[in-house]
Ligand binder design. Sequence first.
Ligand SMILES: C[S@@+](CC[C@H](N)C(=O)[O-])C[C@H]1O[C@@H](n2cnc3c(N)ncnc32)[C@H](O)[C@@H]1O
Length: 435
Amino acid sequence: MTADTTRLQAVSIVSALRANNGSLSSLLEPYRKQNSPEQQALLQAICFGVCRHYEQLLYLSTQFLKKPLRKKDEDISCLMLIGIYQLLYMNMPDYAVVNECVESCRKLKKNWAKNLLNAVLRSVQREGQELLDSAQSEPSIHYSHPQWLIRQLAADWPEDYLQILEANNIQGPMTLRVNQLLTSRQDYLQVLASKSISAHPGVICDSAVILEQACDVNALPGFSAGLVSVQDEASQVAAQILQVRNSDRVLDACAAPGGKSCAILEYAPEAQLLALDNSQSRLDKVRENLQRIGLRAELLCADLLHQAGQWRRQELFFDRILLDVPCSATGVIRRHPDIKLLRQPDDIEKLKVLQQAMLLECWPLLKPGGKLLYTSCSLLQAENNQQIQAFLHNTPDAAELDINLAWGHKLNHGRQLFPSPGAHDGFYYALLQKC
Ligand SMILES: C[S@@+](CC[C@H](N)C(=O)[O-])C[C@H]1O[C@@H](n2cnc3c(N)ncnc32)[C@H](O)[C@@H]1O
């Protein structure tokens, strides 16, 4: 298989993303079996890069096209974006990029597009950077984010949004959660050092280790034995905030793929944890993770909005509930740059309704004195503190508990982390107690 094949695979992935037909990770997955590790890495680098710099690439392609391409030539549009990305951001000789992209037109049986692609790519080669420099004052191009998202972030975080946009374009580090049932962070750091794997401790969570360079999980000492798992620091810390006790019955209400379920059980291994999710394939990942680490939990594939009523009727109550809601994922754009293409402004309204319904359904399942931790990987106040404010307003037996930690931004309700280069993702937490 050649680089040409990889480029054509990238064309079909970028085209599916533009049609909102799946996420980048789900679209990349099927190619894993047929590609060599090197080809898969190249495919991944192209697709992640195109998503990360999408607005810039789109801007340049429209600048150099006399008229927009037709819908049926979506493949050529995507090939053009990929070519522009490779010219601007990949360490490849320009002539090779131009020649290979032109050759790909033939493979797509669109010989007519060869001259067009050649002309656009050569223009980008000559004037692309200059054009981008002169568009610096337009934030959606300079930071390569959709305008609606920049407007929303600026409204929510007028003093911080430019830093957030910058951080969203810097790839997040590979972070590990050390299983403190089996080893200590200090000891694991020494094991890594002995294998010449450079790493340092995380700052906000005492189980976190940040690698200087990402690597294959199978190269990590003790990974298959459950000594460590891959999980961002911001996500790991949820287990410490919820402070689960070994005697607790715990509901992880949106559990898959299980990062926080496992972190909770490493914190309190005797706790009786029920991990619910409405996606069976994602729940299979929870099972895999539990098995690898050697932890026990009950798994249930169900819609929380239906299941909660059934449990209420059966009088099944919990001491702790983790509600890690489905959200815009705007705090993890650096790891999932496809969010920039996939998320649309009206998604936020739909997510808000779902999140509030989940909170209302979970609340009656909590025992008096019990604690519920609401978390999201969103940076938008509509999904975070405003949700908690509305919930507290309508729920007389709910009180908010302070999260007494020295990081992040304390809001009127809950605590917000922004994505931080070389460190944690963007995340939100609010801890509630039933009176
Ligand atoms: C943010 S993810 C959870 C991540 C997980 N807590 C972890 O740490 O690995 C949200 C999850 O909610 C699930 N979900 C969405 N709607 C749901 C519903 N109505 N009932 C149950 N689960 C749902 C999704 O399948 C997704 O796995």
